[in-house]
Every structure is written in structure tokens, then in C-alpha cells.
Design a protein around this ligand. Sequence first.
Ligand code: SF4
Length: 126
Amino acid sequence: MCCKLLGIPEIRKPANQWCEDCNVGKGCQIYQDRPLSCRQFDCLWLQLDGIPEEFRPDKTQVVLSLTDHYDEDIVAYCDPEYPDNWRNGAFGQWLLNTANKLSERLFVVCGDDRKVVHLRSGANKN
Ligand code: SF4
């Protein structure tokens, strides 16, 4: 899903459309030579221990990342075809709880729509 939802400046790939080098469902066709942005990106699903398999981005249509400048804020990149997945069901509950533990804000990006969800407190933030 990151090969669809994220923009990749080096290859002028716009956000929200599949990369021409992506074999959807299989992987990157230029994996050995993929751009630096692709090499450096690790979504939160890969980084967090214990995150359920059903929350994998290709199942939720939501890619989670930490913000570039403030490592504590989560950004949820949503597929515009599924604009409410970030807040629905067990995944939505988990996302809000997890974001609330890390920060006071959750950034939601869905096509041209960008919003900041203000959480309760960030009470567990160290
Ligand atoms: S170059 Fe490869 S890893 Fe990067 S967006 Fe395209 S398909 Fe994905």
C-alpha cells in the first residue's frame, strides 16, 4: 500500500496511484535499485512488536508512519477509496489507543483531505 499511497519524489510518483514499478500483490520490480525514499521507509506495522496481522496495510488500506519532524506523532495515510477505515472497527480503536499513548495528535491524510485528530491527553507519554 505504501507503493500506492505515498508520493516518491525521486521517480516523480504521485501519491494515491500505484507506482509503475509495482507488481501489485507481489512486490517491487526494481527492488535492488529502488529509490532512497523506498529504502528508508518502514511503516509502523513493520516496526511495532505485537501488532496484529489483520492490521497490515494491505488489509486495512491504511499505511501508518511516524512524522518526519516529531517522532511521536503518527500519520495515517488512507486510501481515498476507503476514507473511514482509519477509524472503523478494531483497527480504528487500536489506532486511537496507540496514538494516544504516543502523542496528543494523530494526523490523517486521505487524498487532498488532511486533518489533525486531537486525542485525549497523551497521558502515557514519557
Ligand atoms: S520503486 Fe518499488 S518500492 Fe518504490 S514505490 Fe515503486 S514499487 Fe514501491
